[in-house]
Design a protein around this ligand. Structure first.
Ligand code: KG4
Ligand code: ZN
Length: 366
């Protein structure tokens, strides 16, 4: 069989609060990231305690051309070296997604390069192939500020949603907990740091939905429990002592870890009931940076003879290399879009799975 010709794909991502462009070269299952540029908008949204869609859209529109230019320069390439343009066309914040889609369409119209609309979640879900050459089928746990779901990834366009959050995403719970406890944003790293000095058994926080024999999760009650516990501590001590704050962080982190580990065990079992040859659990999303959660998942994988894959953080969080790679796979399979490509704010990977209430900072979408 002839070896497929390597393709060079420009990727564009703008579905939430990161304006990103990247160049990936290779073939499906074996590709390299030549460049990956991310302009994050943390400062733009800082004063508002969350992502403001209008601010995000404007910031994307201002920066996206520069992101593309930087990505091409960093890869030492010109547009004439590119084979196709892949762009996130959903799900996400509509204004942001539109910025990326318009930019990609503009380049496509001007150069004649093929255009590929990519599902942002497919980008995350296919990342283990790009970083670790993981073969299908595998289980993906997406845990960030905007996503929380288990996917059985059977092929590049064949996903079974095994479960997900019915309310907040875990990263969102970390961010809200940090806010309640007076810690900085993003909350995940701040809570993890504070938890290092705390006792995880100091507060008995709930582990929601563990009694249910499915892969769904709920995190909004946890943040309410933290608020109540904090208020009780303040009423008793006249303030929030730093040592108690650390205990609250450690207890909160342990509760999230327990839920994710326990539901991952179920997700692996559910996946193996569908595809017995599943050997890998892969994670993506900013929450995968958490050492306690990572260690918990690693232990679970060791116990269940499963390979644990965690891509480097820069490719775990929102980026355009994953979009370029997902586009590369689509293009290889003979797919392409035209200039009628539109933005889809909601776009579940598994169209057969019932819609969930779960939101996250990008809004309900899965
Ligand atoms: O994937 P990401 O960069 O963006 C999206 O949400 O799409 O994830 C950011 C989320 C934030 O909610 C942040 O608090 C959380 O990931 N996060 C963490 C840690 N680092 C980032 N959560 C727990 N522990 C961490 N070390
Ligand atoms: Zn994402």
């Amino acid at each position: 069989m002839n070896k497929p010709t390597p393709l060079t794909i420009l990727g564009i991502e703008s579905s939430c609060d990161d304006t990103a462009a990247a160049v990936v070269r290779g073939v499906a299952g074996e590709a390299k990231v030549l460049s990956a540029i991310v302009f994050d908008q943390t400062e733009d949204h800082k004063a508002f305690g969350g992502v403001v869609p209008e601010i995000a859209a404007r910031a994307h529109a201002e920066k996206i051309d520069y992101a593309v230019e930087d990505a091409l320069n960093a890869a030492d390439l010109k547009l004439s070296d590119i084979d196709a343009i892949a762009v996130t066309s959903g799900p996400g914040l509509i204004g942001g997604v539109l910025s990326g889609v318009m930019c990609a369409k503009g380049i496509s119209a001007a150069t004649g390069l093929p255009l590929l609309g990519v599902n942002h979640l497919a980008g995350h879900a296919l990342t283990p192939q790009l970083t670790d050459k993981v073969t299908f089928p595998y289980v993906m746990l997406l845990v960030s500020g905007g996503h929380c779901q288990f996917l059985l990834v059977k092929d590049h366009d064949d996903y079974t949603r095994l479960g997900g959050t019915i309310d907040d995403a875990p990263g969102e719970a970390f961010d809200k907990t940090a806010r309640i406890l007076g810690l900085s944003q993003p909350g995940g790293p701040a809570v993890e740091q504070a938890a290092k000095d705390g006792n995880a058994k100091a507060f008995a926080l709930p582990r929601p939905l563990l009694n249910r024999d499915d892969c769904n999760m709920s995190f909004s009650g946890l943040k309410t429990a933290i608020l109540r516990a904090r208020n009780e501590v303040i009423a008793e001590h006249g303030g929030l002592p730093i040592s108690v704050r650390s205990d609250l962080c450690a207890s909160f982190q342990a509760a999230i870890k327990d839920v994710l580990v326990s539901k991952s065990r179920r997700a692996l079992a559910a996946a193996r009931a569908i595809a017995p040859n599943v050997t890998t659990l892969a994670v993506a999303g900013g929450v995968a940076a958490n050492s306690a959660i990572r260690n918990g998942l690693e232990t679970l994988c060791a116990e269940t003879e499963t390979t644990f894959v965690a891509p480097p953080l820069s490719l775990c969080t929102d980026n355009a290399a994953m979009i370029a790679y997902a586009g590369l796979v689509r293009f290889t399979n003979g797919k392409a879009d035209d200039l009628t490509l539109s933005a889809r704010p909601r776009w579940p990977l598994d169209e057969t799975s019932p819609s969930m209430l779960g939101s996250g900072k990008k809004g309900a979408k899965a």
